[in-house]
Design a protein around this ligand. Structure first.
Ligand code: GDP
Ligand code: MG
Length: 506
């Protein structure tokens, strides 16, 4: 396939707007999966993804499609929809030239519709708006088109209206992808220059690297090198995902596919790294922002005999999710455990659920905290990820200059934007400690489920933070300690005391 008959695209949408369903239909139309099997949501492979209906790991599939007598190789890169995983969205988008922005015609624009649109737009991708679920009785396609016009300046009356569920008009999505998304630019005669955008560990094959070939080609036997680490490898297999691994002779400029080499651990696979031939170095890509953990929690086995088993399970899970940080932690009350860092609370929930379901260990997870910054009078800064490490009151004012907490925001500060007479985008700056607790649940219940939320990092701000300790028989219990704003101590303290009174025997 020449570059001009290749298309690399992804589907982006708010959660539940139908990405996975549309992906299934596209794979059926192109014969990658059979219609008979009714194998719902092929690209969502983890049990937790099927159960919760969310996509955690991005997955890629290649398909072939013929239009006007010409054959096209179309690479679909599925992306997760939740904010906690937005780093997976941007890395997937880097391998694409365009995206299909899917919007539920009944629900209209939601928080992640906006966030994902700007991610794609800022990367200069062609965005094709598509209205899904037009079969629903509550669908209001005209109204949603108007919202899309107001919010993103899409031209009205040119939107594709589909039902991913029934398959109606879905083939037109492929036609638009072929007609409107530019083909990748690349030269297969140049030396290999490829971008690593995803990787995972497979028990049989080892580390699998997903790459986008920008220039040149790659085949079995090639001696390649990572621009980031300088480590050399020999390629043992290349191929495409369709939907499973399918060996091919080679991968050429413009294509997306995988390679397997003698890489031992996934920690050698840096997302955003450039791979080239050992003998022909090239200029590396800019690379990606490393995802930063924003929520920390202590994790302990319910039964201390399960410690080893849990250690193995954590090792296995972090093999495929390098965004989780792991440090040992010991608690007087709960024994030996770990302090884990996650991208958000959903990320944390998904991790806990996978431990319990895929590895059959029961765990205790402590109340999540955000990373606090403690500035000492000598100017040095410390990141506090656990109440146990929070400076105690004796030290305060002695060598501590200030304590600050992280904030989240979206868009410009404290603004209101009306996108139609019944929908408004509100941007605000909030301490992230508020968001990681029950902010999302409260927002959903106060708005009867209509409001949606998205957030991004907005730096640190000084605050009057204290560590609240809870004492049982005059002994502080480390597992119950928490860092909070001074104004919260009394209500939170009374609340815990009340609950402990009922829980603990006299
Ligand atoms: P994702 O979170 O964006 O991947 O969304 P899914 O593909 O998992 O779809 C979420 C839900 O919407 C599922 O229950 C689908 O069956 C349903 N759904 C998807 N597309 C349509 C559609 O065109 N019409 C209707 N009525 N339901 C749909
Ligand atoms: Mg999905």
């Amino acid at each position: 396939f020449d570059v001009d008959s290749v298309r690399n695209f992804s589907i982006i949408a708010h959660i539940d707007h139908g990405k996975s369903t549309l992906a299934d239909r596209l794979l059926e139309i192109t014969g990658v999966i059979s219609k008979e099997k009714k194998n719902a949501q092929v690209l969502d492979k983890l049990p937790v993804e099927r159960q919760r209906g969310i996509t955690v790991k991005a997955q890629t599939a290649s398909m072939f499609y013929e239009k006007d007598g010409k054959k096209y190789l179309i690479n679909l890169i599925d992306t997760p929809g939740h904010v906690d995983f937005s780093y997976e969205v941007s890395r997937s988008l880097a391998a694409c030239q365009g995206t299909v922005l899917l919007v539920d015609a009944a629900q209209g624009i939601q928080a992640q519709t906006v966030a994902n649109f700007y991610l794609a737009f800022s990367q200069g991708l062609k965005v094709i708006p598509v209205l899904n679920k037009v079969d629903l009785p509550g669908a209001e396609p005209e109204r949603v088109e108007k919202q899309m016009h107001t919010a993103f300046e899409f031209e009205q009356n040119r939107f594709l209206r589909i039902s991913a569920k029934s398959g109606s008009n879905v083939e037109q999505v492929l036609e638009k992808v072929v007609d409107e998304i530019p083909h990748p630019i690349g030269n297969r005669d140049l030396p290999l220059r490829s971008l690593l955008f995803d990787s995972w560990y497979d028990t049989y094959a080892g580390v699998i690297c997903l790459i986008s070939i920008v220039d040149g080609s790659i085949k079995k036997g090639d001696k390649i090198m990572s621009a980031h680490t300088g480590v050399k490898y020999e390629v043992s297999q290349v191929g495409i995902m369709s939907p499973g691994m399918k060996k091919t002779q080679a991968l050429y400029a413009g294509q997306v596919g995988y390679f397997v080499c003698n890489m031992k651990s996934i920690s050698e696979a840096y997302i955003g790294d450039t791979f080239h031939l050992v003998k022909q170095p090239v200029s590396p890509f800019e690379g990606f922002k490393q995802p930063k953990p924003m929520v920390f929690a202590g994790l302990f086995p319910s039964d201390s005999n399960d410690f080893e088993k849990l250690q193995d399970a954590i090792n296995q899970l972090t093999l495929n999710d390098s965004s989780v940080t792991v440090n040992k932690e010991t608690s007087n009350a709960l024994g030996q455990g770990w302090r884990l860092g996650f991208l958000g609370t959903l990320h944390m929930d998904v991790f806990r659920q996978r431990l319990e379901e895929e590895y059959d260990v029961s765990v205790i997870i402590s109340h999540p905290t955000v990373p606090y910054k403690v500035t000492l009078t000598n100017g040095t800064e410390q990141l506090v990820k656990s109440p146990a490490d929070f400076p105690d009151k004796v030290k305060l004012g002695y060598n501590i200059e200030k304590i600050s907490e992280p904030y989240y925001y979206r868009g410009s500060l404290n603004s209101h934007t009306y996108i139609d007479e019944s929908r408004v985008i509100i941007s605000a700056r909030l301490p992230s400690s508020e968001i990681v607790t029950d902010f999302y649940d409260k927002l959903k219940s106060h708005s009867s489920g209509f409001a949606s939320l998205d957030y991004e990092d907005s730096g640190y701000e000084t605050a009057d933070l204290v560590k609240m300790e809870v004492l049982l028989n005059n002994e502080p219990v480390d597992a119950l300690a928490a860092v909070m704003h001074r104004s919260r101590v009394e209500t939170n303290g009374r609340d815990i005391a009340k609950r402990l009174k009922d829980l603990i025997k006299r």
